[in-house]
Design a protein around this ligand. Sequence first.
Ligand SMILES: NC(=O)c1ccc[n+]([C@@H]2O[C@H](COP(=O)([O-])OP(=O)(O)OC[C@H]3O[C@@H](n4cnc5c(N)ncnc54)[C@H](O)[C@@H]3O)[C@@H](O)[C@H]2O)c1
Ligand SMILES: [Fe+2]
Length: 372
Amino acid sequence: MNKWTFPTQIYAGPDSLNRLTEFNNESILIICDPFLKDSPSLTYVIGLMDSKNKVTIYTDVVPDPPITHVVKGIEFMEGIKPSVIIAIGGGSCIDMSKGIAYFGRKLKHMDIKSFIAVPTTSGTGSEVTSFAVLTDSETQIKYPLVDDAVLPDEALLTPLFVKTSPPSVTAFSGMDVLVHALEAYVATAANNFTDALAQQAIELVFEYLPKCHKPTATEHDRMSMHEASCLAGLSFNKAGVGIVHAMAHQLGGQFHVPHGLANSMLLPYVIGFNCSHNPAVAKKYAHLSAKLGFAGHNASEVDKLAALIEAIVTLQHTLDCPMNLTAFGVDKAVSETKLDLMADRALEDMCYRFNPYPANHDDLIGLYKKVL
Ligand SMILES: NC(=O)c1ccc[n+]([C@@H]2O[C@H](COP(=O)([O-])OP(=O)(O)OC[C@H]3O[C@@H](n4cnc5c(N)ncnc54)[C@H](O)[C@@H]3O)[C@@H](O)[C@H]2O)c1
Ligand SMILES: [Fe+2]
């Protein structure tokens, strides 16, 4: 039986921030990405809110948020006792805020009426997922906190912040959207509902991500990628992802490869791997390839799959994505020493179990070797 609810209320559009005008007499904690500190966009957001609110800004956010940062954030929050928390930033900021709001409510029994996520990357879909990915700084392991209670109460999808996103952030976070949707599409918990969301996200990414990467990107292009990110998040939140994510988490933990870029490097090889081990996956991806117009409907399954992989690789080149760890700047002699450890940890990663084929340790080593 499939049970469907989308607990997060989603406001999408250039005027979605107007939701913030509805608060008054609240203690509002804004947890925001450091790139927004002292920016006109943040000033604009604060200006939208009624002056009777007490607004506090907290910017101690870093990529791949460590658990220790969540603890520091909770300590800070205890002095504020916010009734509303607004997270404005990329997936790292939203995940850290999810941890802070979650433990504030559960452990500190704080009366947080609303936790609002405002994503500034079109990438993780974190604004609508039940995950918060936190890193143990000592072991360099990324742990997902998984609970519906980490879901934001509201998500505001505005093009305001993504409009100024630099090309590399747009590219890497955009590739994360594609990986969410393509992995969700064949994940073990996929169904017609999640497929519909994933397919629409994939179509939007191929059309709008190259446009968003250019300086000529319009508000419509940016908004389309933002919605693709949210759709993919809704899809994988139910369907799961797979070994691209399980393996990419280790590249992020060990070498600080940006999350979307790590996914991007692995994606073409994992698609090939999963297709060669699971005929149903090959059939589904081949069907998708023809549907997206990458191959003719009468082409062979092999040709359709080759066309899908080629379209992904072309997109990666268009976006100037480094294709492997060496191109990203990791010494091959160093990455080789981590292969066993990364494969072991990928097998234990929560995303692994949703992969449509149970890859073993040697399979994962073989896949890692392709991206050294
Ligand atoms: N919770 C989930 O469901 C989920 C899903 C996928 C990934 N993640 C996690 O999310 C994190 C990655 O998030 P991300 O890809 O959004 O990147 P990020 O949040 O780590 O941000 C990357 C960099 O871009 C900057 N940035 C963000 N938005 C910007 C903008 N509009 N303009 C200029 N700079 C901007 C940030 O300050 C940061 O330096 C990883 O830790 C990953 O594991 C979570
Ligand atoms: Fe991701």
